[in-house]
Design a protein around this ligand. Sequence first.
Ligand code: UD1
Length: 450
Amino acid sequence: MLPFPRLLLPQLRLSMAVLSAIQAGMDRLSITGGCKLNGEISISGAKNSALKLMAASLLTGEPLTLTNMPNLADTRFLSQLLASLGVEVYWPKGHSECRLNAETLTSTIAPYDQVRKMRASFNVLGPMLARYGHATVSLPGGCAIGARPVDLHLKALEAMGADLLVEGGYVKAAAIHGLKGARVVFPFVSVGATEHAMLASTLAKGTTVLENAAREPEIADLADCLNKMGAKITGAGSDTIRIEGVETLNGTEHAVMADRIEAGTYAMAAAAAGGDVTLTGAPVAALGAMIAALGEAGVEVDADEVGATLRIQRNGSALKAVNINTQPHPGFPTDLQAQFMALMSLADGTSIIRENIFENRFMHAPELSRLGAKIEVRGKEAVVRGVKALKGAPVMATDLRASVSLVIAGLAAEGETSVNRIYHLDRGFERLEEKLSGCGADIRRLADSE
Ligand code: UD1
């Protein structure tokens, strides 16, 4: 166990982190395609789970220790936001164990600069409101993949008795006498709103029932951790979650679940480039829709008996075109849509990819076309006509999952692909070049000037 010194992250370290992020933003990836991938890749902790677990630290005055933490720009960024609120953060660089102690907060205000860069930061609102009775958090604003409003988050908090004032780009929330349990029926499925409501309701008076709740595996992971902290949550992972509020929560230790999106991404990289790759520590049970789609495409996918290892093989066989429809879990995840499009650009025949979750999530299509993919976007659908081969070219990353689809295409393409603006990748993929080159990929990170 690591010692837990009672000090905040020094300001100096924050500015160094910002500087290195700016520097990394200028890096690019150079990939020489055509190498088959062979070997083992170990899957890291899930970014999307880690971020909500970190927000849970605000619910208690006792330390929360998170293990299997992914070292990513996004998780580091949230740790800085938490530190700026007064949370004692102990998370040495490169470590996968992070300790958060929110014994005394020095502020309940999360400013624009901190929230605008990463939408998940907005989830600090509910926990601070539940514990302190007030919080002011900037609205996250839009992002590259769509408008992404937070109306469902706010309606859930209002149903629990919060007084909300949206003013000057901020949400000022108060619940002087504490939050109250409520029945919240979501009009459509939202992962973030389900998690936010679940976090806030743990300390509400009475029982909260969330209906039409998201069923993503990260929600069950968050509920597991909150229950270890003393919360009373049942039904997480189903569409109805019941939370009986408690007076206080305690600290605990929790291992972040494995990243299903990272695992799915490497599965598709192996399928596109060909070879034989074993993913260790993969959350197989959470990957059903992706495994089915790869199987339909003619890729051999085998899971071990305990469901923690996934082996992907494709040696010379052609890829078949498969249609997919992104859906909330357990449907095909929107976060794997771009990667699947990269794969389908090399399939025999035409595949229709329909994006149902976000309205603007095809920005990778024109970039994939630069490598020779034949993709036509028609509203919510992309029509992908498979080609025999892709050819390397310089491309630009536009968002997190789009960037990694360009990496997949680059690994399968002939010649050199240069992926620029890779700070998007650093937000969500831990040691990506190292993991891929460990399987024989020719992939290097270069400074922009190289
Ligand atoms: C989370 C994931 C993201 C994933 C997405 C869908 C994290 C950090 N991010 O994002 O990687 O792609 O789930 O699986 O966990 N919406 C509203 N009003 C709201 C909330 C959402 O209209 O108050 C809309 C969104 O714009 C989107 C849809 O609902 O069109 C689903 O979004 P949501 O499930 O909330 O996604 P996030 O939680 O933001």
